[in-house]
Ligand binder design. Structure first.
Ligand code: SF4
Length: 266
């Protein structure tokens, strides 16, 4: 479907949980998060209903995000259910890869096609510090397992959290070159102040060509990451929420004072 600005809206990013097994400093507040209760999180059937409605309006590309999607119980079953929706042509996931190594074969068999992995540094100490406790060895193991399973191309999302981190970015770029991975640099964003830029090596942040809607774990359809607009599928019903979100998609992002990356899925 075309929105008011003649942009083809065919991409739905789905946050399947607000939970994560890391606590990255630029994403998760120091003093923790107020997590959604179990019954506040959409069930698999509710998620599938939103996707089926989306397909009716032209969605054919779906990305599974979080929090960290691999901490959602039954995630392989959900991927299988999404891939079985007629009209879904492109199914991908964004993960921090900490749990990836044990899921790659099952995710591939379930229909997952490709994967983006968040990795801001290849330096073990820095990784541990930025993720507040993560082990980069698990990420490297996840990358190798994804390659073996054929979840390719593998894209590396590298957040540049500090301008002085150029050396770090070069190391990540070299690692990706040596390992046949595609790197995308994401300059640190700030939802509440509206600071964002186009993703280097990707298409995020380019408002004039924006083709996406987001579904949060709590059932809000958000027409734009940098906007407070959201339409809840449980309150309005799926069809109404979807058409209102697509119909009210802003020309460009401004700021978002009501959400956080960990519960919108970036
Ligand atoms: S800020 Fe909004 S309109 Fe712009 S690219 Fe991001 S989601 Fe799309």
């Amino acid at each position: 479907m075309l929105d008011r600005f003649n942009r083809e809206i065919n991409y739905l990013r789905i946050s399947v949980t607000d939970r994560c097994n890391l606590r990255c400093t630029y994403c998760m507040p120091e003093d923790g998060i107020k997590m959604l209760k179990h019954d506040e999180i959409l069930s698999f059937d509710e998620i599938i209903e939103v996707i089926k409605t989306g397909v009716k309006y032209g969605v054919n590309k779906v990305r599974v995000t979080g929090g960290e999607p691999l901490v959602r119980k039954g995630i392989v079953d959900l991927v299988r259910m999404i891939w079985s929706v007629e009209g879904v042509k492109d199914l991908s996931m964004t993960t921090n890869a900490i749990l990836l190594a044990k899921y790659t074969n099952d995710l591939k068999k379930a229909g997952l096609q490709r994967i983006n992995i968040s990795m801001d540094t290849i330096n073990p100490e820095k990784f541990n510090q930025v993720s507040r406790g993560g082990d980069i060895a698990a990420v490297f193991a996840g990358i190798e397992a994804a390659k073996r399973a054929g979840l390719t191309p593998i894209k590396i999302n590298c957040v540049l959290w500090d301008a002085s981190e150029d050396r770090n970015a070069e190391e990540v770029a070299d690692y990706c070159k040596q390992n046949d991975l595609q790197v995308r640099f994401i300059h640190q964003m700030n939802l509440s102040t509206g600071e964002f830029s186009v993703v280097e090596g990707g298409d995020g942040g380019n408002c004039s060509k924006c083709n996406r809607l987001r579904l949060t774990a709590a059932g809000d359809i958000k027409p734009c990451l940098f906007s407070d607009l959201s339409y809840n599928v449980r309150t309005l019903g799926v069809e109404e929420a979807f058409t209102q979100a697509a119909g009210n998609k802003p020309k460009a992002g401004t700021y978002n004072k009501s959400g956080d990356f960990y519960n919108i899925g970036g």
